[in-house]
Design a protein around this ligand. Sequence first.
Ligand code: M6R
Length: 610
Amino acid sequence: MCGIVGYAGNKSVESVLMVGLACLEYRGYDSAGIAVIDHDELEIRKEKGKIKALEALLREKPVRGNVGVGHTRWATHGEPSQINAHPHTNEKQTIAIVHNGIIENYMQLKMKLQSLGYIFLSNTDTEVISHLLSMELSAKKTVKEAFLSLFKTIQGKWAIAAVFEREPDKVYFAQDGAPLLIGKGKREYFLASDLSALVRNSTEVCYIKPKQWGYFSKEELVLFDFDGNDVVPEMKKQEAKWEDVDKGGFPHYMIKEIYEQAGIFRKIIDRRIKENGELDFSEMGLSKEILSKVNRIVIQAAGTSLHSGMIGKHYLEQFTKIQTDTEMSSEFRYRNPVVEGDTLIIAISQSGETADTLASIHEAKAKFLKVLSMVNNVNSTIARESDAFIDTCAGMEIGVASTKAFTAQVLHLLLFAMYFSTIKWMMSDELRKELIDEIKQLPTKIEYILNKAPEIEKWAQDFINTKDFVFLGRTYNHPIALEGALKLKEISYIHASGYAGGEFKHGPIALITSEVPVVCIANKSEIYPKMISNIQEIKARSGKIISIVTEGDVEAKSLSDYCFEVPACHEFLSPILNVIPLQLLSYYVAIARGCTPDQPRNLAKSVTVE
Ligand code: M6R
């Protein structure tokens, strides 16, 4: 949440910062701003709204210089406005700060500073930082002393970048719980909240760890810890490619990422399934001996990752017979859960930076539990702070609505449960072989579904004015009903709820009218007749049926107003194929309603605040 960028080099800082902000806009788009050192003087430009508004301001009032910081905001404290936009500054306008995260004790600090005569312009928590630094500097402290004192004063999870008129060639930065990276180019350094903004210019990157801070000029990067000790920067080769962050000819990242799923599955299959059928989780670093002692599993995650975890619960219980529970990270961390030492915690996160999920990892570690994370960003805080991690291999996901990361998580949970079953000797060789064969067919089946996307695009027009949607699924596809509903509401703003088919008659069926479409996931499986009963009950109440069925289906199809056929597959794999038409439905309905799928209202990718 919130994107921050910084630059010191020989290029025009205005263009470097604006390119960086455009790459990070998915982290927040309420307002944007930059601060640059222009002829030794601090210049700030900021504007409410998306980055386009800031671009327009810069056309009227350009800035020059080679050193600066920038910000794109997802509002936490104070409404989206020009005044609350970052950068924030001190009264003399000699310091500019951009910030991601929350300063939890800002109110106390603000009152104290106000009692000392400091005048605040904004309603943000960030502004205390610029006044605190200013106060320390006016007490004749050095910038280093001012920062060390700041770290003892502020509380919360945050990352900042700053420029000072008195040190015009430097960008200062610090982090304590929110991601920050420094990129190295040719006689230049870049700063960003995530890799996507560094791909174009940086050949090497350094991931700043919690409680580290420092500065860079165009010539050098200097790093310290919060006690003021020197730290040697660990530079890594920057391996992402421009194609990873480009829309590749698609109008939105979301649809590009939906279409990437077949290719990603091919890569995962190549990486995880050896020629002899054995599964490869060599990067995991959690020994078979440790896994063999696990007696309970708790999967904790948020949003879409929680839905994949719910499917993972089925896989793990089926294949290992170990009791597995799923928990919302935001609940797990506060409810003092009963967990024994032989419980394995699996944390799932695309970004690896979700604050609730990270806090639950800390809670689990405080209870001396082993934590295995499944992350898409292997350089993330969650990967670093877990005992072991699995790379879900979906490639950089930029669309706010998670799509390819979800299916990659589900496939990894399936493969991991199969791997785990070899330790517990719980799965027959026949089933293992059958599943591996079926998994290998998934990329082709996904392509087949994507080729039929125009069918769903056509339906979307019929739902432009729909107010409510219901999604129903059972067992492996109950989480898909939840996921279909989440996708639709987050990008098209249509109210949608997902239910387990069996629960529907216990209350929610009261919602049904001819105005409420019901998406019924009704593949051929043991519970197919039960889904048919759901469909009949809805029809009897004049509900509109959209069904997702197995190719060749007759019965469910004949009862449906809209029907999408997915290729036949093993029931265990059906969630992967079923979710794709639902991703497409939410995308095309959002487009038909004139929404912006990559920048949904009030949301941001990577929820780094609690
Ligand atoms: O990065 P994470 O997987 O930890 O993110 C968790 C949720 O914030 C995320 O899945 C969110 O629900 C998405 N916007 C869903 O599309």
